[in-house]
Design a binder for this molecule. Structure first.
Ligand code: MF3
Ligand code: CO
Length: 249
């Protein structure tokens, strides 16, 4: 069942999203060679606490951290760790903020120091893919229209889209219906209606799209060891078009 949100509920989610956006902007300033994702995770937990919010991921199905930190060939659900980030790494920080019982979810990828031209292109195409998906998030379209637009764009640039992880509805719960794949056919899937709140979160790989899960049972990485990045926003479908709940602008 898709849970439709009222204007007032969307406003509450927007408050969670504004806080999450501020956290990402702080992280952007912190990322440099030598800092660890563990330090970033500690910072996020503290920052949320100071602002009357909590990290929804911590304790979710036994997950131990406030953030996911996925480095280089890790696709998603990487654990924050004490080893420092190195010049040339790319890292995705993903988190879900709970403010007053309402959630917002956003992942952002960052280059550490000097990164390769290929990594720069991957970051650029992945972020563009997110916004191309958001453009399709309008009343009357179907979920498949978002999926198809993202897949078509990413593949036209010679990269691949991860199949094993998808966007989702969100509200008082992290994962609600519908699922929002980043690949698929136009005109398929649930119709988009006013008051739906969704995440769009393409994970884009330089090489093959398949993933494998680490022994820690969480971390997904590319099967060919090549780079993967992700950008994710939470957005609301409204009569005036999509509202980006986690907008950083
Ligand atoms: N934020 C993730 C998403 O985009 C979910 C993370 S799984 C968790 O759906 F266990 F780490 F919470
Ligand atoms: Co997320």
């Amino acid at each position: 069942m898709i849970i439709i949100k009222t204007r007032q509920e969307i406003e509450k989610m927007k408050k969670a999203g504004e806080l999450l956006a501020r956290v990402h902007k702080e992280i952007a300033k912190m990322i440099k060679p030598g800092i660890s994702t563990y330090e970033i995770d500690q910072f996020v937990e503290e920052y949320l606490k100071k602002n009357g919010a909590t990290a929804e991921q911590k304790g979710y199905q036994g997950y131990q951290f406030a953030t996911c930190a996925s480095i280089n060939d890790e696709i998603c659900h990487g654990f924050p760790r004490r080893s420092p980030l190195k010049d040339g790494d790319i890292v995705t920080i993903d988190m879900v903020v709970n403010l007053g019982g309402w959630l917002a979810d956003s992942a952002w990828s960052y280059g550490v120091g000097n990164i390769s031209d290929e990594a720069k292109k991957l970051l650029d195409i992945t972020k563009k893919a997110l916004y191309i998906g958001i453009e399709k998030a309008v009343i009357g379209n179907r979920v498949g229209d978002i999926s198809h637009a993202i897949q078509t764009y990413v593949e036209s640039e010679g990269f691949s889209v991860v199949r094993d992880f998808v966007g989702h509805g969100i509200g008082r719960n992290m994962h609600e219906e519908p699922q929002v794949p980043h690949f698929g056919s136009p005109g398929r899937g649930p119709r988009l209606m006013e008051g739906m709140v969704l995440t769009i979160e393409p994970m884009v790989n330089i090489g093959r799209y398949e993933s494998t899960i680490d022994d820690n049972k969480w971390t997904a990485r590319t099967i060919d060891g090549k780079l993967s990045t992700q950008y994710e926003h939470t957005l609301a479908i409204t009569k005036d078009g999509p509202i980006i709940i986690t907008d950083q602008e």
